[in-house]
Design a protein around this ligand. Structure first.
Ligand SMILES: NC(=O)C1=CN([C@@H]2O[C@H](COP(=O)(O)OP(=O)(O)OC[C@H]3O[C@@H](n4cnc5c(N)ncnc54)[C@H](OP(=O)(O)O)[C@@H]3O)[C@@H](O)[C@H]2O)C=CC1
Ligand SMILES: CC(C)(CO)C(=O)C(=O)O
Length: 335
């Protein structure tokens, strides 16, 4: 059977985007771990969002395989594995993908599209950006708990596929300043580690000033490193990057008023890094806060709070430590 779109790594983002594309009428094959595939083809996939969409894609409409050879017919391949798995995904694509397939990385971090490009010479590989959050709920739904539109590096190769994204209810916009978009998103992803260590849902965590102070510290270091490297991050969301730290440090009652749009988060939404810690998986902290520390170092600067939070998340990955209160985390980042 021919599948025009393949999703490589159907976890939270891949299953959500894949199911939405199927609901919109696209011909999709999911590449996932055997356990995930067994579940999807047994139960189907349920998706929901904070605007009230609830949809169940019946098992009969799900094509899923743990064998990457199943993507051989796809004209579009969405890569949705975590950053540490990108190199392995790239090898699988090199072995099985059509040479004329378009590859779109829907991943956080800065280097994933480059990793794919390096392994797929001659193929078109584009960076993409997912602004919204998806978590798996206790009843197995893939729930989008925040807003935002998919973005991708501008390319004529996208034109064929844009209608499928629109029909899925996930319109994709093209950006010619994609490196700036990636860094703008990475600034927001600096909260992933704070959120994971807090053990709280995003909304509860961001409602507490001490956690926001932690994030402000991490962002300031990143903004300094970006400025020293001549990179101007794009604005993702309602607030300009340079204004984020000041806004985050406001007292709770003012923050709630001024940043009401930033707090338009479903109470059950949590960062993908929290999901990783819960599942006992390695996180993407080296690709997010670690990327800031490396950028700073290349610019002759230091980013101590980002370095410290990388170490704290690694300790949490090793099962050490409990959820940290805001004041405790702030003290650890300033130590
Ligand atoms: N979740 C979110 O809200 C958001 C996530 N993102 C980004 O999207 C990307 C994906 O995140 P997310 O969906 O949360 O990640 P998940 O871990 O939920 O999903 C990735 C899935 O891919 C599977 N996988 C990895 N390698 C292979 C392989 N070779 N073959 C088959 N399956 C494989 C993983 O299995 P296993 O775990 O067993 O390795 C996992 O089930 C990340 O870069 C993340 O930062 C961006 C915005 C929001
Ligand atoms: C949407 C957001 C910023 C939520 O934390 C995210 O990218 C993630 O969880 O990885």
């Amino acid at each position: 059977m021919n599948h025009s779109i393949a999703i490589f790594g159907a976890g939270s983002i891949g299953a959500y985007v894949g199911a939405a594309l199927i609901a919109g009428g696209a011909d999709v094959v999911l590449i996932a771990r055997p356990r995930s595939c067994e579940r999807y083809v047994r139960e189907g996939i349920a998706i929901s969002d904070l605007e009230g969409r609830r949809e169940h894609i019946d098992a009969a409409r799900i094509h899923c395989s743990a064998d990457p050879a199943a993507l051989a017919d796809a004209g579009l391949i969405l890569v949705t594995v975590k950053s540490a798995d990108t190199a392995a995904a790239a090898q699988a694509l090199a072995a099985h993908a059509r040479r004329d397939a378009l590859v779109l990385s829907l991943q956080n971090g800065i280097g994933n599209a480059d990793t794919l490009r390096a392994a797929l010479p001659g193929m078109t590989v584009l960076g993409g950006m997912v602004p919204f959050n998806v978590v798996q709920t206790a009843d197995g739904r893939f729930h989008r708990g925040t807003e935002g539109q998919l973005m991708a590096e501008a390319s004529p190769a996208l034109a064929t596929w844009l209608p499928a994204f629109a029909a899925a209810g996930l319109p994709l916009s093209e950006r010619s300043d994609f490196a700036a978009v990636q860094w703008g998103k990475l600034l927001l992803n600096l909260n992933n580690a704070v959120n994971a260590l807090s053990g709280l849902p995003l909304k509860a965590e961001l409602s507490q000033r001490d956690y926001r102070r932690c994030l402000a510290l991490l962002m300031e270091e990143a903004l300094r490193a970006l400025a020293a490297s001549g990179i101007a991050p794009a604005q993702i969301g309602g607030v300009a990057p340079r204004r984020l730290p000041t806004m985050l440090r406001l007292p709770d009652w003012i923050y709630r008023r001024i940043a009401s749009a930033s707090l338009k988060i479903d109470p059950e939404a949590r960062s993908s890094m929290w999901e990783d810690l819960q599942a006992g998986r390695r996180t993407e902290v080296d690709y997010l806060n670690g990327a800031v520390a490396r950028l700073a170092q290349r610019a002759g600067l230091d980013a101590p709070a980002n370095r410290r939070i990388v170490a704290l998340v690694h300790e949490a990955e090793a099962g050490k430590g409990q959820a940290m209160a805001g004041a405790q985390l702030l003290a650890a980042l300033r130590a």
